[in-house]
Design a protein around this ligand. Structure first.
Ligand code: ADP
Length: 238
């Protein structure tokens, strides 16, 4: 486990880190995005990735998820399960003929393989994730006919069904009404209490303010890191 001194007044204590990224360069073929990024992700906490469109938030999530390789630098994970990635709601086709339960079951494919039947353990993990996110009663509904908030909770349940202790989410509350946003934020906070580390890219300032730590990106570089009250200042955001 990594250790880091966390200088946060009453909360000052030795905090475990879940991920440490050092001098990272990463991007896409012919398109460097993240440059010389050195950041830490505290364990059992909520980290918000904030910054304007195109600043590299999704790319950083991709690096954390292991789907985008660093061109230089280091990504070190503390011991734990492979991360679970929850994509943007918009990236999941409305027209896919999938029920909510089938969508959550896809979270088990990584472990089970596409063509193998789900085991009793898989089904139990799916049941538990759906109950945890309050979507068990939507099991047989088509994904496309759910509200934005319901669909987002189904997608988070898919991540949870992977039984990872590191959950990565891309804009989970963007575009939702305030009630649905609050519910998602409360659910994510509950997952942290249950032993999960959560990282979310977000445009939702309320969600970012309720995080334990913020990473502020601009044009692929880190311009702020720390508690929201220090990072989300008018100067930082401008
Ligand atoms: P954010 O999530 O902060 O909006 P992104 O990480 O999505 O930012 O994008 C950062 C930059 O990388 C943008 O300039 C974007 O156009 C570019 N980019 C994103 N995805 C790809 C891709 N698949 N191929 C090439 N460039 C990409």
């Amino acid at each position: 486990m990594f250790k880091k001194h966390c200088p946060r007044g009453p909360r000052a204590e030795t905090t475990d880190l879940r991920v440490r990224i050092t001098d990272l360069d990463a991007g896409y073929p012919g398109r460097p995005v993240l440059r010389q990024l050195t950041v830490t992700i505290p364990a059992l906490a909520m980290t918000a990735l904030v910054g304007p469109n195109g600043s590299g938030k999704s790319t950083l999530l991709g690096v954390l998820a292991g789907v985008i390789q660093a061109t230089s630098g280091q990504v070190q994970y503390a011991e734990g399960r492979p991360p679970a990635f929850v994509p943007q709601r918009g990236a999941v086709g409305d027209a896919l003929p999938l029920t909510a339960r089938q969508t959550v079951e896809m979270g088990r494919w990584g472990e089970r393989g596409l063509w193998r039947r789900l085991t009793r353990h898989d089904r139990a993990a799916v049941d538990l994730a759906m109950e945890r996110l309050g979507v068990a009663d939507l099991a047989d509904r088509q994904l496309g006919e759910l509200s934005g908030g319901q669909r987002q909770r189904v997608l988070i349940a898919q991540g949870l069904a992977q039984q990872s202790d590191l959950l990565l989410l891309d804009e989970p509350t963007t575009g939702l009404d305030p009630g649905a946003r609050e519910r998602i934020t409360a659910l994510l906070t509950g997952l942290i209490a249950d032993g999960t580390t959560v990282v979310q890219a977000t445009h939702d300032l309320e969600a970012a303010r309720s995080a334990d730590a913020c990473l502020l990106l601009s044009d692929g570089r880190l311009v702020g890191q720390g508690p929201p009250e220090e990072v989300l200042t008018a100067t930082g955001l401008s």
